[in-house]
Ligand binder design. Structure first.
Ligand code: MG
Length: 260
């Protein structure tokens, strides 16, 4: 596989259960982020995580940009450490959409009472997140589907990650904001994107990037979701979560050494 990876310059990565292992960022995974950065491979988290958490990532981790809330925004940091926020929608549109989503979420929680608003809801700029697997347990796949249907019937987008159900209005997605970031920040055309960019993820909310990119990877824990997904990663890693991410980092760094 290494020969196919010599051209990779950007590694997009999901965060929950892709970078994290049982909810934690392991030392070897953090170390992998630094090893990739030191080798000139830019790592860009692409996550459903809230704006508050993304602000922490962009300031604390060796990454030049973060796409958050499933594509609602990207944050970038320049070489002096200054952070800029770029949002898909205007603040007014964002606020109005989020208020409507909170109202639909009330309906969803009336239908599936065990669901809860994610504890990080207050730190979200655009979307609404319901917890089905973070601090809440025992929500069935049927109840997840029922909740997705509640949002879809109200005209909202909704996707399940391994821990949350995220709902949003508008035409952004992880894929759409990734495309915007790669064009605006890095001036990459479509051919360059397919050649130089890889993505790794673990769940159905990563599908838009599995469908879009040529070089795609799934950490091993994606196995439980594969029969519910239309677009699969091209390669499956042997290890789960952040250990699988570390496995991929080693493959990319080996490929880079082969090329040089
Ligand atoms: Mg995930």
């Amino acid at each position: 596989m290494a020969n196919h990876l010599t051209s990779i310059r950007y590694l997009l990565t999901d965060v929950d259960d892709t970078l994290t292992t049982d909810g934690q960022l392991l030392p070897e995974t953090l170390s992998a982020l630094y090893r990739l950065n030191d080798a000139g491979i830019e790592v860009i988290p692409v996550t459903g995580a809230c704006a508050g958490w993304c602000d922490q990532m962009i300031r604390l981790w060796p990454v030049p940009a973060v796409i958050g809330e499933n594509g609602a925004f990207y944050f970038e940091r320049d070489r002096t450490g200054k952070v800029e926020y770029h949002s898909w929608d205007t603040p007014e549109v964002r606020f109005a959409s989020q208020q409507r989503l909170l109202s639909i979420a009330e309906d969803a929680m009336a239908r599936v009472p065990a669901l809860r608003l994610a504890k990080d809801q207050s730190y979200r700029l655009s979307d609404v997140a319901l917890d089905h697997g973070q601090d809440v347990h025992g929500i069935s796949a049927v109840d997840i589907d029922r909740t997705l249907a509640t949002f879809h019937k109200a005209g909202a987008n909704a996707r399940a990650s391994s821990i949350h159900i995220n709902a949003w209005f508008g035409d952004y997605s992880k894929q759409a904001m990734t495309h915007r970031l790669l064009q605006y920040k890095y001036d990459l055309n479509e051919l360059s994107i397919q050649r130089h960019v890889a993505f790794v993820g673990d769940s159905p909310n990563d599908e838009s990037l599995f469908a879009y990119l040529t070089h795609t990877f799934g950490v091993a824990n994606i196995g439980r979701w594969l029969d519910r997904m239309t677009h699969h990663p091209r390669y499956l890693l042997a290890q789960s979560g952040g250990v699988g991410f570390n496995e991929l980092a080693t493959l990319l760094l080996q490929a880079q050494r082969l090329a040089n």
